[in-house]
Design a protein around this ligand. Structure first.
Ligand code: SAM
Ligand code: SF4
Length: 327
């Protein structure tokens, strides 16, 4: 079992399978990204080996992310491999949905438990401005495809990043749409991880404001956040589902963080905001044993800091943008 110096156990591993993407969301990627060299990306076998070593150390949940994970060819086969790992209790994926019409059924058959689709606006022009591509209809089609493939209830969620002056006027409308669709929507506070350095405190819409905007139109029950979860959940008073906020900046949840991360090029990170990664690709490719890999990861977990400093002047950005870390 891997525990850090603050008693937090590593239970969840986010695996980024690529830094590439078919969108260029302004809160994530630079407009002109420089991709990681393909030869530097871990193979599925290498990614799965890390996952297997992590599972042996008590990691139970895996989330596949990127970049856009569905751009990585053969993803369903990778899910089959993850599924076969003893101790892997759940496998989830975050996607922009564009390729779900092609892959949703295969992902379901492969054993993917849950899918989260990112959709920040229902307005076509606004979605185009946000993602720098004409993405809205494709993402909506992806959500439909996920449903048709059997992802429903807690197995299908929607993520929306709230940005002041960009989509904040639409918060309540988005919430209303998700309610009508029977989908669980989670608003994420905008974090300073974007490639083009546009983040400012003013652009962040605090979770408190998000909740009060929704509650004006759709009364809500006070929310709860389960230990280790990122999302605070609020139930609609009329019993028609729930909505969540991920208050990564204003109500940071580092105190019970149980997440660790693997970047597509084999960097092991113990925090989304970590300014450095422990390289696993070198050891993987030079014959390290499972015990040696476990020791490398376990010692990195032990050094995990108490939390990020986004809200403080001492904050230092990570050395790469969100798409190359894995959200
Ligand atoms: N391409 C996939 C997608 O968009 O869902 C998966 C990768 S994306 C990096 C994972 C999640 O991170 C998405 O829900 C996205 O909205 C969110 N995200 C990206 N940049 C963010 C930022 N600066 N602040 C908050 N959330 C962000
Ligand atoms: Fe691509 Fe997802 Fe980043 Fe948007 S948030 S640019 S879809 S990786």
């Amino acid at each position: 079992m891997w525990k850090d110096g603050f008693g937090r156990r590593a239970r969840k591993l986010r695996i980024s399978v690529t830094d590439r993407c078919n969108l260029r969301c302004v809160y994530c990627m630079p407009a002109q990204p420089e991709w990681l060299p393909k030869s530097g990306l871990l193979t599925f076998e290498e990614l799965a080996r890390v996952a297997r070593v992590a599972a042996k150390a008590g990691v139970e949940r895996f989330r596949i992310t990127g970049g856009e994970p569905l751009l990585r060819r053969g993803l369903p086969e990778f899910i089959v491999i993850l599924r076969s790992i003893p101790g892997a209790r759940s496998i989830a994926m975050t996607t922009n949905g564009l390729l779900l019409p092609e892959f949703a059924a295969a992902l379901r058959d492969a054993g993917l438990d849950r899918v989260t689709v990112s959709l920040d606006s229902l307005d076509r022009d606004r979605a185009r401005a946000l993602t720098r591509r004409d993405s809205r209809d494709g993402t909506l089609a992806g959500i439909e495809a996920a449903r048709a493939a059997g992802f429903s209830g807690p197995a299908l969620k929607i993520n929306a990043v709230a940005m002041r002056g960009v989509n904040d006027a639409e918060i309540s409308q988005l919430a209303g749409w998700a309610r009508d669709e029977g989908l669980s929507l989670r608003f994420i506070e905008f974090m300073p991880l974007e490639g083009d350095r546009i983040w400012s405190r003013d652009m962040l819409v605090p979770a408190e404001e998000i909740v009060s905007r929704i509650a004006k139109d759709y009364p809500l029950e006070p929310g709860v956040r389960e230990p280790g979860e990122t999302c605070e959940r609020f139930a609609y008073r009329d019993g028609r589902g729930e909505v969540g906020v991920i208050a990564s900046v204003t109500r940071a949840f580092c105190g019970d963080c149980d997440r660790i991360r693997l970047t597509a090029d084999g960097g092991f990170r113990t925090c989304l905001f970590a300014t450095e990664a422990r390289d696993l690709r070198g050891p993987l490719r030079s014959g390290a044993s499972d015990e040696e890999l476990a020791a490398l990861m376990g010692s990195a977990v032990r050094l995990k800091g108490p939390g990020h400093l986004v809200a403080s002047p001492a904050f230092k950005r990570p050395d790469r943008a969100m798409n190359a870390i894995g959200g």
